[in-house]
Design a protein around this ligand. Structure first.
Ligand code: AMP
Length: 284
């Protein structure tokens, strides 16, 4: 695996591969890699001749009071894992290599960014879409692979690529979970032992809510119960617990169409997000 941290070198290498007719799949990450990220790399390998994984903790997607400084940076471990997993190129630029001092351009997607993390983290999705657009321009991928773990992000990136006619196919990968159901996340490293044990309440309460919605319980009542279960189970606050259309992310009050339950909640100093499919009532 080749480690590249200069744009000029990346351009030469990718240009050469493209000339040879090789297809490229990009896996954007912020590092602190776990099995969830590696599942994306596996999928990328099945799609294209060359897999480029990027590791870049993107400052513009963090709010002023968020964890940009504390975010785990583990490049040596990430490099080893990506190498073992069969990635071909690790693109790990410094911030100064990515953003000019007077960087002036932002990509904003509306609609899919309304509410949920868009409300809880102002400016976050502008940071995400801008960096993903830049990473695609830098690496010229045929495919870009993202996790369903960040479902609103995935829907927003699909929308950006469609609206801007970007020549890349977006591929979503199912969320990888711990044995007890907690979604893998780089931020799980922040959890103390007690918090980690309590965090399992998130997927458990979500599954219960889905069951009750599919059993015909009103959606709002199921969501209130979900929030109550999280607060009783050791979470300090719930940013949101909502049912949304699985494609458009528009709010839903009943599960007649394919839907997604999306939740963000705080445990100690850590903010966890998760989402699950809610099949329409009457199906399956
Ligand atoms: P991050 O490093 O947190 O920005 O995540 C990089 C990519 O990995 C994003 O597309 C995430 O959705 C994806 N990802 C993170 N956690 C998981 C997981 N548990 N399962 C699948 N994909 C994940």
């Amino acid at each position: 695996m080749q480690l590249i941290n200069q744009q000029a070198q990346l351009r030469t290498v990718i240009g050469g591969l493209k000339k040879e007719g090789k297809s490229v799949a990009l896996v954007p990450t912020m590092g602190a890699l776990h099995q969830g990220h590696l599942a994306l790399v596996e999928r990328a390998r099945s799609l294209a001749d060359v897999v480029v994984a990027s590791v870049f903790v993107n400052p513009t997607q963090f709010g002023p009071d968020e964890d940009f400084d504390a975010y785990p940076r583990t490049l040596d471990d990430d490099r080893r894992l990506l190498d073992e997993c069969g990635a071909d190129i690790l693109w790990a630029p410094a911030t100064t290599e990515v953003y000019a001092p007077n960087h002036s351009t932002t990509v904003t997607v509306s609609g899919t960014t309304d509410g949920l993390c868009g409300a809880a983290r102002p400016g976050h999705f502008d940071g995400v879409t801008t960096i993903v657009a830049k990473l695609c321009n830098q690496t010229q991928p045929d495919y870009a692979v993202f996790g369903e773990k960040d479902y609103q992000q995935l829907a927003t990136i699909r929308r950006m690529v469609r609206d801007l006619d970007m020549p890349v196919q977006i591929v979503g990968v199912t969320t990888i979970r711990e044995a007890d159901g907690l979604a893998l996340s780089s931020r799980n490293r922040y959890l103390s032992e007690t918090e980690r044990a309590a965090a399992v309440a998130l997927p458990v309460a979500m599954r219960q809510a889905i069951q009750s919605i599919r059993a015909g319980e009103p959606v709002d009542r199921s969501l209130v119960t979900l929030e109550g279960t999280l607060l009783a189970g050791g979470f300090s606050s719930v940013d949101y617990a909502q049912l949304r259309d699985a494609d458009t992310l528009e709010p839903l009050t009943s599960a007649d169409a394919p839907a997604r339950l999306l939740v963000a909640a705080h445990i100690g100093k850590t903010r966890l997000i998760d989402n699950m499919a809610v099949e329409p009532i009457g199906s399956g």
